[in-house]
Design a protein. Structure first.
Length: 235
């Protein structure tokens, strides 16, 4: 049988998942009245929820919902549209820029190309319910997508375009992320204040022949994303 503390944890978790990120929760006294438990039980439950990352407690201000996406799998985090629809949000994409550039040493290494080859640089703002969630800078080999243009990416997802227009099927993607603060150049697009915490993501996407077909650097709102990673450990 679940203890009173465990039942409250389950109730609060269900409640939190219905709220937008950054929502301020009821006070400890109000939660105690709402769930008919002691304030000490509420305090312990909130401490446990904070340790799992579901809420954050700010001294003198209260307790706030930390993130919306509590069950995102890191292995599929690049599927932004699918992710947002699962949250009941309407995803959209705004193409900020689309240009062709020469590959320098940095991108030659990350795209497995030769210096001087051509690549596309695509900047996209990913939104949910018209609110900026993620700013992506994608770099694509021109030789794999010779007729790619901005209009294609405005009317369909990038990976659908890869497969339907160029017969490039995605096999897997490696993604790395780190915590940081947003840069001044990204603040305007993301509608965040300078110094706001964010996540930086780096993704390499491979086709069925194990060729790198996309290298993407992204800035994501850290209050909107959390990741679950499963490790298969061998003895």
């Amino acid at each position: 049988m679940n203890t009173l503390h465990e039942r409250l944890m389950d109730q609060l978790t269900s409640y939190i998942q219905t709220l937008p990120a950054n929502t301020k929760l009821l006070s400890e006294r109000q939660l105690a009245d709402k769930y008919q438990v002691s304030r000490n039980t509420v305090r312990l439950a909130l401490l446990d929820l904070e340790s799992t990352g579901l809420v954050r407690r700010v001294q003198g201000q209260g307790t706030f919902v930390n993130r919306i996406n509590l069950q995102s799998d890191l292995g599929s985090s690049y599927k932004f549209g699918q992710q947002m629809r699962l949250l009941g949000k309407i995803p959209s994409t705004k193409i900020i820029s689309f240009e062709e550039k020469d590959v320098n040493a940095y991108f030659a290494k990350n795209l497995n190309l030769e210096i001087g080859e051509k690549m596309y640089k695509v900047r996209r703002l990913r939104l949910a319910d018209d609110e900026p969630m993620m700013l992506e800078r994608s770099f694509l080999p021109v030789k794999l997508f010779p007729t790619l243009n901005k209009e294609m990416l405005e009317n369909d997802s990038m990976y659908n375009v890869f497969e339907q227009e160029f017969d490039e099927k995605i096999d897997y993607a490696d993604e790395y992320f780190s915590a940081d603060v947003i840069s001044n150049c990204d603040c305007e697009f993301m509608q965040l204040k300078p110094g706001t915490p964010c996540l930086h993501l780096e993704r390499k996407t491979y086709d069925e022949q194990k060729h790198i077909i996309e290298f993407t650097l992204s800035t994501a709102r850290s209050d909107e994303f959390a990741y679950h990673v499963r490790h298969n450990l061998e003895n």
